[in-house]
Design a protein around this ligand. Structure first.
Ligand code: CUA
Length: 311
């Protein structure tokens, strides 16, 4: 890995060392405390070794040797490691605080994310590969999987928690400032594990409520919609207000709002969406979606621009 890419991994949307949430902040301070603790242990141990072998190489006699072992080798590491352990355990209750009401269900699937909101009044809102959450509120995530183990991680907010078939794991996260963050799958789950990311949009409370309760605009008629139906896309994907009612693949209602296509793979532009439809197998190996290579680029673009208008 080049220095440039190593550094870019430490900044921006996806850095555990630039926390924007309470859990990530605790983890980042734990990281730095551990780094300092380890540096202190290393310095003392190396110092003692240099003292014993270089500065005073002559035989020390039993008393000095025992004192070095007792203080440098037993007492000092025990005190430092115990202090670090107590500090680490002290963080845990704060990481286990309950949510404040809002619960978002996220299901990790090969190789995308199903996101479901169940408002107290009104129908469930289903989305994919993008999580919208309010700022300043502890939100509970209910994490599951229908296929293999995935892991849910938003480095700048917190995580990572495994998504295990047959059980629901809980994670509470709070975004402290509005913004866009990036989440990833942190458990190897198959050929496209590395191509399984998602966007998190943290909005002010009122903007979030508005987003959650907004009715999707009526899907327009047109060639793209006809081609979508003709090629059977609706067998796997749902688009509210149309005959597409599939639930196998990502929900496409309001697809035009999303930042990316293919779970964080490419920016959501008509060209990229058309490419994704025609070259799914090479862009996303082992994805359950077949590549529609027989579709002409023009037809794929028609479908893509229709999808891009779904908001
Ligand atoms: Cu899903 Cu790795």
């Amino acid at each position: 890995m080049s220095v440039g890419s190593a550094l870019s991994a430490c900044s921006g949307l996806q850095s555990a060392l630039q926390p924007s949430g309470h859990e990530a902040r605790e983890v980042a301070s734990l990281f730095w405390v551990m780094v300092v603790g380890a540096a202190v242990v290393w310095t003392v141990v190396i110092g003692v070794a240099i003292y014993a072998t270089r500065l005073r190489p002559e035989p020390h006699g039993d008393a000095v040797g025992h004192r070095l072992i007792l203080w440098g080798g037993v007492a000092f590491p025990t005190i430092v490691l115990a202090a670090l352990l107590i500090y680490g355990l002290g963080l845990m209750p704060r990481l286990r605080e309950a949510g404040e009401g809002l619960r978002i269900e996220v299901s990790g699937e090969q190789f995308w994310w199903r996101v479901t909101y169940r408002p107290k009044d009104g129908e469930a809102v289903v989305s994919a590969n993008e999580i919208v959450m309010p700022v300043g509120e502890r939100v509970e995530f209910a994490l599951s999987s229908p296929d293999v183990i995935h892991s849910f991680w938003i480095p700048s907010l917190g995580g990572k928690v495994d998504m295990i078939p047959g059980r629901i794991n809980r994670l509470v996260l709070k975004a402290e400032k509005p913004g866009v963050y990036r989440g990833v799958c942190a458990e190897f789950c198959g050929a496209s594990h590395a191509l399984m990311a998602f966007t998190v949009r943290a909005l002010d409370k009122s903007a979030f409520e508005k987003w959650l309760t907004a009715r999707p605009a009526l899907a327009q008629q047109g060639k793209g919609r006809e081609l979508f139906a003709l090629h059977g896309c609706g067998a796997c994907h749902r688009v509210s207000g149309t005959e597409a009612k599939g639930e196998v693949g990502p929900e496409l209602t309001r697809f035009g709002e999303r930042a990316t296509v293919g779970a964080g793979l490419l920016p959501n532009t008509p060209e990229n969406v058309a490419r994704f439809i025609r070259e799914t197998d090479t862009l996303k190996p082992r994805s359950k979606m077949p590549a529609y290579g027989a579709l002409s680029n023009e037809d794929a673009l028609e479908i893509a621009s229709w999808l891009g208008r779904l908001r």
